[in-house]
Write a protein that binds this ligand. Structure first.
Ligand SMILES: [Zn+2]
Length: 111
């Protein structure tokens, strides 16, 4: 005799409460503009200068001997000044990823 089961009374909950905004044309244009910025001679010169002046050291955790990124404190997509040294922080890979994720979460209203 087969075992009878009851149909589930509750549907599975959708735990994905925070969905990213739609990828729009405006988003795409902004992203492309930022990619172009990082190829300009002005940006490359500033990056070289700041790394030489401040040293190849993460300004968050102090790490050395690793790749150091010139990271915008206020990101370009949030209206930050691209070539203002006071808007640039030298960070190691893990501090850069952490800060970028924080900025993204804030932009999406999650923090
Ligand atoms: Zn670091």
């Amino acid at each position: 005799m087969p075992i009878k089961t009851l149909a589930p009374r509750l549907r599975a909950a959708d735990l994905r409460t925070a969905k990213p905004p739609a990828y729009t044309w405006a988003t795409r244009k902004a992203t492309e503009a930022n990619q172009e910025f990082y190829q300009t001679p002005e940006w490359k010169a500033l990056r070289t200068r700041l790394t030489r002046e401040r040293g190849k050291r993460c300004e968050d955790c102090g790490r050395t001997g690793t790749r150091i990124y010139c990271d915008h404190v206020v990101e370009l997509r949030d209206g930050g000044a691209g070539l203002d040294p006071s808007n640039i922080h030298l960070r190691c890979g893990s501090c850069h990823v952490k800060k970028t994720a924080d900025a993204r979460a804030r932009r999406l209203g999650l923090r």
